[in-house]
Ligand binder design. Structure first.
Ligand code: REL
Ligand code: ZN
Length: 412
């Protein structure tokens, strides 16, 4: 039997020591070379920090974009770390990562931090970051439409077992008029007006890439105005290609809903925003296609409660992560608590969305701290009824939250 303090310690310990399957990142197998970002300069020029820096900079946008990576990192360091205290979550994250990697941040000496990274070989650095973050596997985001990425898949390479793939298809679903000609170039007999064999050929394309990359699931990000059913290209393609493909290959379809791309184009990758979406589109998919599986995360705080209720109604819906603008301690805590209260352990509370390898360390350290606190409260409430959770039960539950439940859902 646990005294309350001992129960909290057990939960914290289990949460720290259970390896996690990070189910959505923008990291790459080292075979992709420079696409895998790491080191202090990439940490500093993360698009979250670029957006925050422009709130302090008075330089013109173009001037920043004309600078080298080192100069951009210097400018961000100066604006966000030296001229002001680095309090925001993205700034704090840089310091958590550097500190965990054993670097001395006290001196505020960026050149010295750079020297430390120069010593690492990428393969050892992957191992170190995964150890520190206690991540057992990393799911990439893999787009056949990315001109840097596609040739690597086409050439073929020996896969690093630490990295698994997810098939990302935004251009297919969001920009059909420009994507159809590409598919034609690649040998798929499709027509922009969807005539003839188009849907079958899109399915053939999806099948080829699913096999080529051994995709764990197929995914897209969608704007807040996504509706289903609808007479849009997106909805037609989902209905006639993605859904049958999902059933044929037992592939879940991951929907990341609520992004408004390029709201400020001058900020480039940092210029995306969000909007409240319509959860009935997700419900309609789930009810219409009970033999398909859906993963879903939403970007607006205002959607989180409705999405949780949708998951109560549909067992073919698995919700995951506190995505991007949701990935802040106060919101993670609120959302995780709500999900545990509404759907218990049948969800995946977090993914990292890392773009830079070192971020694994901070994203998981911060999320683990919050999850440990929220879970401890929940087990304490149980203990108060006489239902004392055992360590083995806590371990089982945390394994589920850290990827186990998702893996079962994907296999089912
Ligand atoms: O997968 C996505 O669409 C997003 O997560 C990214 O586009 C976004 O830039 C990412 O860095 C957010 O965390
Ligand atoms: Zn992402």
């Amino acid at each position: 039997m646990h005294a309350p303090a001992a129960l909290r310690d057990t939960v914290a310990d289990v949460v720290q020591h259970t390896p996690v399957y990070d189910i959505h990142t923008h990291l790459y197998d080292p075979a992709f070379g420079e696409l895998l970002l790491w080191g202090v300069d990439d940490l500093l020029i993360y698009h979250y920090l670029i957006a925050e820096s422009f709130r302090q900079f008075d330089m013109p946008y173009d001037k920043f974009w004309s600078m080298t990576k080192t100069q951009q990192a210097d400018a961000i360091w100066q604006a966000l770390f030296i001229d002001h205290s680095p309090i925001s979550e993205a700034c704090r994250g840089v310091l958590t990562a550097l500190n965990a990697l054993g670097l001395d941040v006290k001196k505020r000496d960026l050149p010295a931090l750079r020297q430390h990274f120069a010593k690492w070989k990428v393969d050892d650095f992957i191992t170190r970051c995964m150890e520190l973050a206690n991540v057992r596997q990393i799911c990439m985001t893999n787009s056949p439409f990315d001109d840097l990425e596609r040739p690597v898949w086409e050439r073929g390479f020996t896969r690093d077992p630490r990295f698994v793939a997810a098939l990302r298809i935004d251009p297919l679903l969001l920009d059909w008029p420009n994507t159809a000609p590409k598919l034609r170039d690649w040998g798929y007999d499709v027509n922009v007006d969807f005539s003839s064999r188009t849907f079958d050929e899109v399915r053939r394309f999806l099948g080829d890439w699913t096999k080529k990359i051994n995709a764990q699931y197929c995914m897209v990000s969608l704007t807040p105005d996504f509706t289903f059913p609808a007479h849009t290209d997106t909805a037609q393609l989902i209905q006639h290609a993605i859904m049958p493909h999902g059933r044929e290959y037992n592939q879940a379809f991951a929907l990341m809903i609520g992004v408004r791309r390029n709201v400020n184009p001058r900020l480039r990758l940092a210029g995306d925003s969000l909007g409240k979406a319509d959860v009935t589109a997700v419900e309609n998919l789930c009810v219409e296609y009970p033999d398909n599986k859906f993963l879903c995360t939403m970007l607006s705080r205002e959607n989180q409660h409705e999405l949780c209720i949708a998951a109560r109604k549909f067992r073919n819906l698995h919700i995951f992560g506190c995505w991007w603008f949701m990935n802040n301690p106060s919101l993670i805590e609120e959302i995780t608590r709500m999900r545990l209260e509404l759907i218990g352990l049948s969800m995946t509370p977090q993914h990292s969305d890392c773009r830079v390898l070192d971020q694994l360390v901070y994203k998981w350290q911060h999320s683990r701290g919050i999850l440990g606190k929220v879970l401890a409260d929940k087990y304490e409430d149980l203990a108060a009824t006489g239902w004392e959770p055992t360590r083995a039960e806590i371990e089982r539950d945390v394994r589920d939250l850290f990827g186990g439940a998702l893996e079962r859902f994907l296999r089912s």
